[in-house]
Write a protein that binds this ligand. Structure first.
Ligand code: FHN
Length: 457
């Protein structure tokens, strides 16, 4: 029998307990690391990997959806407010399996409309969606032959919401990825980390992977058309051998992109800093910051601690200027509704991106040094098409009259405001690498005004 509480698993329990306590933890060093070779495509060439990752590099901005039966209690259990993040209520209130699974019988999200969610993501300027197919509570939000504890077999709703989302994503040109909690499963007696339910008759984690997690991942990779991303989470107790039980399945989706949370030493395609933005990016290192808009991933009625739209836009810009992607979360209600404060923020971000999107999508990290007034993104030109190299100066703090830009070593052919449809040239004084750009007195955008520099050799 394998040891249930190895030193490694204990570290993981402590980490997850801190997360569950609602603190914003720094992910472990392992969480931040990634290697160019994905677990699923270990023998691919560099060019092959670049082709597989190309859309993701272009996309920059995605929607994370944490949705499950935890949205029914929404942070409250038996009249008590339960601390920590909403989707952890089973763990944090130490709810036995037999009690928690009764929630499924009430789950009837009649207001769920896949098209509306996908259109909202699109309007927000997002290019992909990642949704929780099964979170740590073990409840599958899709039709599963591997476990009847799923939305089709165990709820009055009986609809496979992932199927509907996959169809809507295909229709609207949004890529779809699935989050799957491969290690923690508080419902299955072999899943990691349910230490509170004394009624559970433990089985091995191998048995859990063999009879539930493995077959479910296979279902996800088989039944929903082409998938963009498989987003593993919390590799508690994952040994290399256990991780390897999942790897052959990835061949079902040769182009899939995976994150670095499978465990067992498999680092996937990208790092996953959580609730934070790294101080600096790293060349050749792909990463995606995932972040909540309030303090919870899954819906919690009382959590109204919303970040402002300006902060969210600046976070997006900060991340992209360091070469990363931004996966921004919403936690729909038990009725299937995305909370209004989230909708408002997404629409406002979309408005900003409508004007300024070219300074985000398909750009690369800031080639200049630190900039006191904001951030910079870059785009290489195309000689064949006659398009110049460009720098996008994201000005958070609008200056009085002149914008000083240090470190520009190429000649500036033209400077203009992205918000100016006429592209009227701004006067630029260039002395060696230092620029002084004459800008209007009033910032075109109170959050982030973008000045474009077209460069020549
Ligand atoms: O424990 C989960 C948490 O509930 C949430 O899903 C986040 C999203 O990245 N991942 C884990 C904590 O790292």
């Amino acid at each position: 029998m394998f040891k249930l509480w190895s030193k490694r698993s204990l570290t993981c329990v402590i980490l997850t307990a801190v997360v569950a306590g609602g603190l914003l933890v720094r992910p472990s060093a392992a969480e931040d690391k990634t290697t160019p070779s994905a677990a699923s495509q270990a023998d691919e060439t560099k060019a092959g990997r670049e082709r597989r990752m190309a859309w993701w590099h272009e996309a920059k901005f995605g929607l994370f959806i944490h949705w499950g039966i935890y949205s029914i209690p929404a942070g409250e259990w038996k009249g008590q407010q339960i601390g920590g993040i909403g989707e952890w209520i089973m763990h944090n209130a130490r709810i036995p399996v037999a009690e928690y699974e009764q929630l499924a019988k009430q789950f009837n999200p009649v207001k769920f409309n896949a098209e509306e969610w996908v259109k909202l993501a699109k309007d927000a300027g997002m290019k992909y969606i990642v949704i929780t197919s099964k979170h740590h509570d073990g409840f599958a939000m899709f039709a599963s032959k591997a476990s009847r504890y799923n939305i089709v077999d165990a709820t009055p709703f009986k609809r496979d919401v992932l199927k509907e989302l996959a169809a809507a994503c295909r229709k609207h040109g949004i890529r779809l990825g699935f989050y799957y909690s491969q290690a923690q499963d508080w419902h299955h007696p072999g899943g990691a980390n349910n230490f509170w339910d004394k009624e559970m008759k433990r089985v091995s984690m191998e048995q859990y992977i063999r009879e539930k997690a493995g077959p479910q991942v296979k279902e996800l990779l088989t039944n929903y058309g082409e998938l963009a991303i498989l987003w593993w989470d919390t590799p508690a107790d994952m040994t290399p051998q256990r991780a390897e039980m999942f790897l052959p399945l990835l061949k079902l989706q040769p182009n899939i992109i995976t994150n670095n949370r499978l465990g067992g030493g498999y680092e996937g395609d990208f790092g996953t800093p959580e609730q934070r933005i790294p101080a600096k990016g790293k060349s050749g290192y792909d990463w995606e910051t995932c972040m909540t808009m309030n303090n919870t991933w899954g819906f919690k009625t009382r959590d109204q601690n919303w970040k402002s739209t300006d902060d969210l836009i600046r976070n997006l810009v900060d991340i992209v200027s360091k070469g990363g992607n931004f996966l921004l979360n919403v936690g729909p209600t038990a009725e299937g509704v995305i909370p209004q404060p989230s909708v408002e923020r997404l629409r406002e971000m979309g408005k900003w991106l409508k004007v300024n999107g070219v300074s985000i999508y398909g750009t690369t990290a800031n080639p200049l040094g630190d900039l006191p007034w904001g951030r910079c993104t870059a785009k290489a030109g195309d000689k064949d098409k006659g398009t110049p190299d460009k720098l996008y100066l994201h000005v958070f703090g609008w200056p009085k009259g002149k914008l000083a830009v240090p470190g520009v070593n190429k000649k500036v052919a033209k400077a203009y405001l992205l918000a100016d449809a006429q592209r009227k040239a701004l006067t630029v004084n260039q002395e060696e690498g230092n620029l002084l750009i004459d800008v209007p007195a009033k910032a075109p955008d109170k959050c982030d005004s973008v000045v474009v520099l077209e460069l020549t050799d």
